[in-house]
Design a protein around this ligand. Structure first.
Ligand SMILES: Nc1nc2c(c(=O)[nH]1)N[C@H]1C(S)=C(S)[C@@H](COP(=O)(O)O)O[C@H]1N2
Ligand SMILES: [Mo]
Length: 564
C-alpha cells in the first residue's frame, strides 16, 4: 500500500507503540478466550508447553539448575520478552513495510493455533484463542499503523486512497512535536475526532496534526488487552471447576493405614527439613506449564498392552477398592547433591500390583509405560510395580486429595525410583509393554531408561549464610536410599576423621531419615562433609556425577565461617 519512504518519516518509537498496543490487545483477547475454552488452549501456555517439549535437554537441565522450581516462571518471562520484541518489530514493519507487520502477527496467531490444537489432550476448540489473538492483533495493528502512517496533505503526492482511507490519512501526523499537537487538541473524545478533524483538514491545507487520537486508541487497545489478561487469569485460576471439586472431596479411610511416625523421627531443628514435607512445601517438577485439570468424574485409567485382560477403571471404582496408606520419599533425578528436589509424604492409594494382577501381563513384558493427560510418559520396570514394594496409584497426599499440581486426581508413586521413571501425575493410561518397544518422555531426551534412586545425604544446618558463633552447635541433615534404608551417616570437618552422626528414628526404608551431630565449632572457616551408608552396606561414593543421565552422586559439603 504505502510508499515506504513515507513510513520512514514516522519516528520509530511511534511504530513500536502501535505494535505493542496491538499485540497486547491480541494476547489479552486470546487469553480471555482461553479462559472460556480451557486453560491449556491459552496460546501463550500452548507455545510454552510446546517449547518445553521440543527444548533440547541441556536447555531444560540448565533451566532447572538455574531456576529450580521457578523454571516455568522463567520460561513465561522469556516468552513475554520474545513477544515484546515481536510486537515492536511488527509495529515497525507495518509502518515501514506494510503489510508485513500484520502478516507477522497473523502468522504467529496461526502458529499458536496449530500448536494449541496439536497439544496432547487438546480440546476441539483449542485453536480458537490463538486465532482470536492473531486476528484481533492484526486488525488492531492495521488500524493503529494506518493512523500514524498516512502522510500529510501534500499537493502533488496524494495517491488514490482506497475506501475508508481518507479519514485516516487526514488524521495524520507531522514532524510537529507532540506537545504542540496536544496544545492544539481540544479534549474531545477520540471517537469524535476523525470527522471533525476531517472538516478542519478540508479548511486548511496543513491539518492539525494530532497524534493524540493515535495515543488514545493505542491506550485503549493496550488497556483492553491488560484487562482481558487479568480477567482471563482470574477466571482460569478461580477455575472454580476442578479446584472446587477437589475441595469438596472426602477421600475414604485407608483399609491399610500407614505406620505412625515414630517418636524421635522428627528432630525439630530450625533449618532442618521436616521429616514429613507439608504439601505446600513439596517440590514440584513437571513439564506442565498449565496444571492439567482433570475432573475425577471424567477420569479413567486404561490398563492395556501386553496383557490378557485390558480394562478401564473409573474414579468411583478406584475409591471403592481397599486403599492403602504408605510413606514414600519422592526424589527428582535432577536433584543436585545437596539439592532440595526431594520430599517425603504419606500417600493413599491402591497397589498397582493388584491392578496388574487383574490385567495379567504377558511373560515377555518387562515395562509399564504410564501416560498422563498432558502426554508425559514414564517407563517403569514391570518388576517394580509387581514386587512387594508400595507402588501405588495414589489419590491422597498427607491426608488430603492430591494437590492439583501434584497430580490430582490420580498419580503414581513408586518407592526407590526417580520421579521421571515412575511418578506420573494426572495419570490416565498404563500400557504394559517392553523397554525395547516403547520409550518414555525423558528417555528420548537422553536420560536413562531406568532410574533407581541413588544413596544420598544432605547437610541442612548450619546454613552457609548463617554467621556461626564459636561453641556448641548441631550439624544436621537428611539421608535417603529408598527401598534399602539408611544404616548410618558420617560427618567430617576439614577432612578430619569421619564421625558417626546420630540417626533419628526412620519412618521406613522408603523414607529419608534425619541425622545430627553435635559439634564444638572453633572460630575460622571450616568445611563440613557428610556421607551415608545404606542398610545393604553401600557407602555413598565420593565420585561426583551430574544429574544427567541417571542421578547425581558425590558428597555434600559446605563451608561455614565461625566467629568468636
Ligand atoms: N504428568 C507428569 N508427571 C510427572 C512429571 C511430568 O513432567 N509430568 N514429572 C515427573 C518428575 S521428573 C518428578 S521428579 C515427579 C515430581 O513430582 P512432584 O511434582 O509431585 O514432586 O513427578 C513426575 N511426574
Ligand atoms: Mo524429576
Amino acid at each position: 500500500m504505502a510508499d515506504p519512504r513515507e513510513g520512514r518519516r514516522i519516528p520509530a518509537p511511534l511504530t513500536w507503540v502501535a505494535g505493542l498496543a496491538a499485540v497486547l490487545l491480541g494476547v489479552g483477547l486470546g487469553e480471555l478466550t482461553a479462559a472460556v475454552v480451557g486453560p491449556s488452549s491459552s496460546p501463550v501456555a500452548a507455545v510454552g508447553s510446546a517449547l518445553i517439549d521440543v527444548a533440547p535437554s541441556w536447555a531444560k537441565d540448565t533451566a532447572i539448575a538455574l531456576f529450580g522450581t521457578a523454571d516455568k516462571l522463567a520460561l513465561l518471562a522469556g516468552i513475554a520478552l520474545i513477544m515484546l520484541v515481536l510486537a515492536v518489530l511488527a509495529g515497525w514493519l507495518q509502518v515501514r513495510f506494510p503489510p508485513w507487520g500484520i502478516v507477522l502477527v497473523a502468522a504467529f496467531g496461526v502458529a499458536g493455533a496449530v500448536v494449541a490444537a496439536t497439544r496432547p489432550g487438546a480440546g476441539s476448540m483449542a485453536w480458537m484463542p490463538a486465532v482470536v489473538a492473531g486476528a484481533s492483533g492484526a486488525v488492531a495493528l492495521w488500524l493503529l499503523a494506518r493512523m500514524i502512517s498516512t502522510r500529510p496533505e501534500a499537493p502533488s503526492t496524494i495517491g488514490q486512497p482506497g475506501p475508508g482511507v481518507e479519514g485516516a490519512r487526514e488524521r495524520f501526523v507531522s514532524p510537529v512535536p507532540r506537545s504542540l499537537n496536544d496544545r492544539e487538541s481540544d479534549g474531545r473524545e477520540p471517537e469524535d475526532r476523525s470527522s471533525s478533524e476531517r472538516s478542519e483538514t478540508k479548511r486548511s491545507p496543513s491539518p492539525p496534526p494530532s497524534r493524540r487520537a493515535f495515543f488514545a486508541w493505542a491506550g485503549v487497545a493496550a488497556g483492553v488487552g491488560v484487562l482481558a489478561i487479568a480477567i482471563g487469569g482470574v477466571r482460569s485460576t478461580a477455575s472454580a471447576g476442578v479446584a472446587a471439586v477437589r475441595r469438596a472431596l472426602r477421600l475414604p479411610a485407608a483399609a491399610v493405614a500407614a505406620s505412625v511416625v515414630p517418636s524421635g523421627a522428627e528432630l525439630d531443628l530450625p533449618g532442618l527439613a521436616s521429616v514429613v514435607t507439608p504439601n505446600e512445601q513439596f517440590y514440584r517438577i513437571d513439564t506442565a506449564l498449565i496444571v492439567p485439570e482433570v475432573d475425577p468424574a471424567d477420569w479413567r485409567l486404561r490398563v492395556h498392552g501386553m496383557v490378557a485382560e485390558e480394562f478401564e477403571l473409573t474414579w468411583d471404582e478406584l475409591l471403592a477398592l481397599p486403599l492403602e496408606e504408605s510413606w514414600t520419599t519422592l526424589t527428582c533425578v535432577s536433584n543436585e547433591v545437596g539439592g532440595t528436589l526431594v520430599g517425603n509424604a504419606r500417600w493413599l492409594g491402591y497397589p498397582i500390583r493388584e491392578l496388574l494382577a487383574r490385567a495379567r501381563p504377558d511373560a515377555e513384558a518387562d515395562m509399564v509405560l504410564s501416560r498422563s493427560v498432558d502426554g508425559f510418559t514414564a517407563s517403569t520396570p514391570l518388576e517394580a510395580l509387581t514386587d512387594d514394594r508400595n507402588a501405588i496409584l495414589a489419590v491422597g497426599m498427607n491426608g488430603e486429595p492430591l494437590p492439583l499440581e501434584h497430580g490430582f486426581p490420580v498419580r503414581m508413586v513408586v518407592p526407590g525410583l526417580y520421579g521421571y521413571v515412575s511418578a506420573t501425575k494426572w495419570v490416565t493410561d498404563l500400557e504394559v509393554t517392553r523397554f525395547d518397544r516403547a520409550t518414555a518422555y525423558w528417555t528420548t531426551r537422553g536420560w536413562s531408561e531406568r532410574g533407581p534412586i541413588k544413596l544420598q545425604s544432605r547437610i541442612d544446618v548450619p546454613r552457609k549464610s548463617q554467621g556461626l558463633k564459636a561453641g556448641d552447635v548441631v550439624i544436621a541433615g537428611v539421608a535417603w536410599h529408598q527401598g534399602v534404608g539408611i544404616a548410618g551417616v558420617e560427618v567430617r570437618i576439614d577432612e578430619g576423621e569421619w564421625m558417626p552422626a546420630a540417626l533419628a528414628a526412620a519412618i521406613s526404608d522408603d523414607t529419608w531419615v534425619q541425622w545430627s551431630l553435635p559439634w564444638n565449632a572453633t572460630s575460622g572457616d571450616h568445611v563440613i562433609e557428610c556421607r551415608a551408608t545404606g542398610k545393604d552396606g553401600e557407602v555413598q561414593t565420593s565420585q561426583t556425577a551430574p544429574p544427567a543421565p541417571d542421578g547425581a552422586t558425590g558428597w555434600h559439603w559446605r563451608t561455614v565461617s565461625v566467629f568468636d
